[in-house]
Design a protein around this ligand. Structure first.
Ligand SMILES: [Zn+2]
Length: 287
């Protein structure tokens, strides 16, 4: 705690604003809290002896310990728990998961409650790229499904982080997983990974929402984020939307561009139309 205080005092000395400091401190304390929670949870594995009730009237056999990552309000927490296998049900189970309220879920009850109580009307989540690239599509699907259930009527945006998906086939597969799991919007990127939105990736996502709408009658929105900097870029994307998904998608309910630098360029272009001359970017906000 003292070294944390020293570190943040040093940051303040180097001119970091209080806002930066607050966030750094909060993140550090949450991470420390997550480790503490992990230590507390490690005290009980849910071991019931060599055999345990599977919940459907059979006895499952102990099959070692398995780790599970639970996403909590403090961040991801790893829980080691005793794992049993039921021969009749042909499935594995961990009694501890039932106790903790995370059976078949990776979202902790606290976080699920927080999402519901915040009454957020939009929830953004990023798919687990590690699981996805390892081919654990079921897990990715389940996680999206859980967030979908936890956020109730809120608009769910699923970020594919396409810059990390390596191939366009993967982008298409991730888009379908997200839509089948209940996404209202699929979004290219968080903005933390480059490349962010690119026309080929956007084309694949637009084709996916079009095909999904043909198959199910449900229209899912697309949001491109990062990489769209100028009004000209934006026009290219709008053409792509019209040509690929169709004119129905040319509405804020179904297509959005997330880019603060684009807003600046649009303001500059508008000023140019009004005055006939370009102003310097200094006349406009940077964010
Ligand atoms: Zn059973």
């Amino acid at each position: 705690m003292r070294s944390l205080a020293g570190l943040t005092a040093g940051m303040l000395g180097q001119g970091a604003g209080l806002g930066v400091l607050e966030h750094a401190m909060r993140a550090a304390l949450a991470a420390a809290g997550a480790r503490l929670l992990e230590a507390v949870l490690a005290g009980e594995s849910g071991y019931r002896g060599p055999r345990a009730d599977c919940g459907r009237g059979h006895q499952g056999a102990f099959a070692g310990c398995r780790a599970k990552t639970v996403t909590t309000v403090l961040g991801p927490v790893e829980v080691m728990r005793a794992w049993y296998h039921c021969g009749q049900c042909r499935r594995g189970f961990a009694p501890r998961d039932g106790q903790l309220g995370v059976a078949g879920a990776s979202l902790s009850p606290g976080l699920a409650e927080m999402i519901a109580r915040a009454g957020a009307d939009e929830v953004d989540m990023v798919i687990d790229r590690g699981a996805f690239l390892a081919g654990r599509y079921g897990q990715v699907f389940q996680e999206i499904r859980q967030v979908r259930e936890a956020c109730g009527a809120a608009h769910l945006k699923v970020i594919l982080e396409t810059g990390e998906l390596a191939t366009l086939d993967n982008v298409s597969r991730a888009a379908w997983l997200a839509m089948l799991a209940g996404a209202d919007f699929i979004k290219t990127s968080t903005g933390k990974v480059t490349p962010a939105a690119t026309p080929p990736v956007t084309l694949v996502m637009l084709a996916a929402v079009r095909d999904y709408a043909e198959a199910t009658g449900c229209r899912v929105g697309v949001k491109v984020a990062g990489g769209v900097r100028t009004a000209k870029d934006a026009i290219r994307y709008l053409v792509l939307v019209r040509e690929t998904a169709g004119p129905q998608w040319l509405t804020p309910e179904l297509f959005r561009i997330g880019a603060s630098s684009l807003l600046n360029d649009l303001l500059m272009q508008r000023a140019k139309q009004l005055t006939g001359a370009y102003a310097g970017p200094d006349y406009f906000s940077i964010d």
